[in-house]
Design a protein around this ligand. Structure first.
Ligand code: C2O
Ligand code: CU
Ligand code: CU
Length: 408
């Protein structure tokens, strides 16, 4: 499929989930000066999926996304139509960007993280969906497709319905699963997408809720806005019986997800995500450490394999056209690990086979202890325009929990 997208006016813009070359990926090396324009022509050639876009200037990503720069990208190749999935945008096919904010009296987001918030990630006391507080969707009395994107800086949503009805997960970050997976609740970490089908044919009103976000280190509990990590209602669904329900039944099978062959792996790499709690906190209190000019001026430092992000350092040199096995480890808290330029598959999660809904294409994986992923490397990324890999808690990313790989 060919797509042609024009975007201008941002300081920088990354296409999260698109498998495109480093030169047009919109990583931190693609900055756009104020008043300038960046025109990216993307050849989109990947299975039908729900992706998104957001700015990525190093040290500024958290602030910019929090201020509202993020949106959804839908890639279609006709497979959803062939499968008979709900596809009337805004009727039975709803894009839902889930975030949380502190809002001032005028409803403007307030972003003022202290060192504790950088360590724990910045959460707000108000959940928003597509920028709205407590929205209500009026849906037909049938199957409705929800494209869920966690676009929050740090909050992990633990989604369920108020009446505990179950739903079917049909897609993960990089496209459809091989078959729908029924679940009563769904954990979705920053950067992740899942698509679900919900059956509203009983006509009942129901609330989508989230449980508390438990991914808060002990220190963060005591101070900082992590105390706003509690659960609550996300949005409401009311059934409008005047809307025709286009889809009544669920397909049994979706698409053939080609499973990656582990024996093809040419390189194995390990990435330890360092929260650096103590060093980081001292650094924050002492006015900062390890930040270059133009980068963040205060706060904790985070790292991968002991190295905080450096625009000038290429951490990994990979060979284009090969596949690698990456092992990622976390320390104090769980980190959503994201890789640019690819869709990968999870080989194991905390030593186990991943749950069914995580067995499709992924570009972000929540690593509580450890994960092994198979990473196909198909796209060119030169040393001047490398791909990023990083924690998608945006405060962690900005504080240096990011590295870059060239792929040639
Ligand atoms: Cu959502 Cu480096 O990206
Ligand atoms: Cu990305
Ligand atoms: Cu993190």
């Amino acid at each position: 499929m060919f797509g042609h997208l024009h975007f201008s006016g941002l300081q920088n813009d990354h296409w999260h989930g698109l498998i495109v070359p480093g030169a047009v990926d919109g990583g931190p090396h693609n900055t756009i000066a104020a008043g300038d324009r960046w025109k990216a022509s993307l050849n989109v050639n990947q299975p039908e999926t729900t992706a998104w876009f957001h700015p990525h200037p190093h040290g500024e990503t958290a602030q910019q996304v929090y201020s509202g720069l993020a949106g959804m990208l839908i890639v279609e190749d006709g497979s959803g139509e062939r499968l008979g999935l709900p596809r009337s945008y805004g009727v039975d096919d709803l894009p839902l960007v889930l975030q949380d904010r502190f809002l001032d009296r005028n409803g403007a987001p307030v972003y003022q993280p202290g060192p504790m918030d950088i360590m724990a990630g910045y959460r707000g006391d108000t959940i928003i969906v597509n920028g709205a507080v407590a929205p209500v969707a009026r849906v037909p009395a049938g199957l409705v497709r929800l494209r869920l994107l966690n676009g929050a800086n740090a909050r992990i949503f633990d989604l369920h319905f108020s009446d505990r009805r179950s739903f079917q997960v049909i897609a993960s970050d990089g496209g459809y699963l091989s078959a729908p997976v029924g679940l009563p609740n769904l954990l979705i970490a920053p950067g992740e997408r899942y698509e679900i089908l919900v059956d509203f044919s009983d006509g009942a009103e129901v609330v989508l809720e989230t449980g508390a976000d438990r991914n808060v280190p002990m220190m963060g509990m005591m101070r900082g806005n992590a105390s706003f990590a509690g659960g609550g209602s996300v949005m409401k669904f009311q059934v409008d019986s005047t809307k025709p329900a286009a889809v009544a039944s669920m397909p049994k099978r979706l698409i053939d997800v080609p499973f990656l062959d582990r024996s093809k792996v040419v390189a194995r790499r390990q990435f330890l995500l360092n929260d650096m709690m103590m060093g980081g906190m001292m650094g924050g209190m002492m006015g900062g450490m390890g930040f270059g000019p133009g980068e963040r001026r205060f706060g904790p430092t985070m790292a991968i394999n002991g190295q905080s992000f450096d625009m000038k350092r290429i951490n990994v040199e990979a060979k284009r056209g090969t596949m690698e096995l990456w092992e990622i480890g976390s320390q104090m808290m769980a980190h959503p690990f994201h890789v640019h330029g690819t869709q990968f598959q999870i080989l194991s999660l905390n030593g186990q086979v991943p749950p069914l809904h995580m067995q499709g294409w992924k570009d972000t994986v929540l690593v509580a202890r450890e994960a092994q992923i198979l990473v196909p490397l198909t796209q060119l990324a030169s040393r001047d325009h490398p791909f990023m890999f990083h924690c998608h808690i945006l405060e962690h990313e900005d504080a240096g929990m990011m590295g870059q790989y060239a792929c040639t």
